[in-house]
Design a protein around this ligand. Structure first.
Ligand code: HEM
Length: 322
């Protein structure tokens, strides 16, 4: 199984997942059901995490299909067009960015629900708009993905050049060239990536050490207020990490530590749901010992976040990056 298989396995999840999430959300609003609203926010969050893997496996699929040493027509062996692939990549990048914003707003809504016993109206309005836009953008990206192998669904008269015109790269490639071609962007992103990592690991360690029996005097409700800072760190790292990736996908896609990093990021994000919404940690008062399930989830969170950092650090050593 290569990354083309992985991409084909995952590439309908963002579209179908967003349709399901949006449907639940609209039903929740119409029926004034907090349970349905929360369920839809969980779906949006989960889909936004899986979309990270969907997006990144796309570049792996491209490398499986196209050959760098055939610049005239790199994908001729598989009878597909590099132009169509890169148009799809560009649409996917925009859809991916808006999907991640929807996921972040959804997480915030779940966090606010825990604290305030309701999701504020501004958040619901923002989730409605962003998830609706995500749905349209994802459908467009998926349709352009279908165009690659299915001439029968292409708009009549679509001209299919083997490669994009020189000097006019599609959006995602233009972003990549800007990142590699502008001296200050890469080092600035590295700096921000480290700041994000400190925030993420710092908050994860505080919450998880409390669950595992240290700093027992602190009630969980106090730690819960810190979670947005950890998620902000995650967001900063996702944003800067995607810029690294878009700049030079080829140095990451086939790298085992990178592939593990993405798997661990998705799992760490899902794991965070426990401390965001579940009742068991929420009821922990000062001095109280956490139940076994909370300890297990805390140990798993530490393992996953340390694993993400380890795989990131090992990119040049166990993979071929840089
Ligand atoms: C949000 C992210 C993405 C979504 C939802 C998505 C969706 C899709 C869909 C629906 C298909 C058509 C599958 C079929 O023919 O049945 C496809 C194919 C494809 N996508 Fe993506 N894609 C995403 C990101 C990317 C990226 C970033 C690239 C990088 C260039 C990419 C490269 C490809 C390639 C090469 C194919 C053809 C695969 C093959 O037929 O073997 N995708 N994608």
């Amino acid at each position: 199984m290569d990354l083309a298989h992985v991409h084909l396995l995952l590439n309908h999840v963002p579209v179908i997942g967003t349709i399901i999430g949006f449907g639940l959300f609209v039903l929740g609003l119409a029926g004034k059901s907090n349970d349905l609203k929360r369920a839809s926010l969980i779906v949006f969050l989960a889909i936004s995490l899986v979309t990270i893997a969907t997006y990144m496996s796309g570049n792996g699929a491209e490398e499986t299909i196209c050959k760098a040493d055939q610049p005239e027509d790199p994908c001729a062996d598989k009878a597909v067009s590099k132009t169509l692939i890169q148009d799809h990549e560009s649409a996917a990048l925009v859809a991916f960015a808006v999907m991640e914003l929807t996921g972040a707003l959804s997480w915030l809504g779940l966090w606010q629900f825990r604290r305030l016993a309701h999701v504020p109206r501004w958040n619901l309005a923002a989730v409605f708009v962003f998830s609706g836009v995500t749905l349209l953008l994802m459908a467009n990206a998926a349709n352009l993905g279908g165009d690659i192998r299915h001439p029968e669904i292409r708009a009549p008269g679509t001209a299919v050049a083997a490669v994009p015109p020189a000097g006019d790269p599609p959006f995602a490639r233009a972003v990549g060239e800007t990142v590699t071609g502008t001296t200050w962007i890469w080092p600035s992103c590295e700096t921000l990536h480290f700041i994000g990592l400190c925030l993420l690991f710092g908050i994860t360690a505080l919450v998880d050490f409390r669950m595992l029996g240290l700093v027992r005097g602190v009630p969980f409700q106090a730690l819960h207020r810190l979670l947005p800072w950890g998620v902000l760190g995650f967001g900063v790292n996702l944003f800067t990490g995607v810029l690294f990736f878009v700049a030079d996908p080829g140095q990451y896609t086939q790298s085992p530590p990178f592939q593990w990093k993405i798997i661990l990021i998705v799992l760490a994000g899902l794991n965070l749901l426990y401390f965001t919404i579940f009742d068991t940690p929420w009821n922990l008062d000062p001095g109280e010992d956490a139940p076994a399930i909370a300890k297990f989830v805390a140990a798993a969170a530490l393992f996953l976040v340390v694993g993400v950092m380890f795989c990131g650090r090992m990119l040049p050593f166990l993979g071929d990056s840089f």
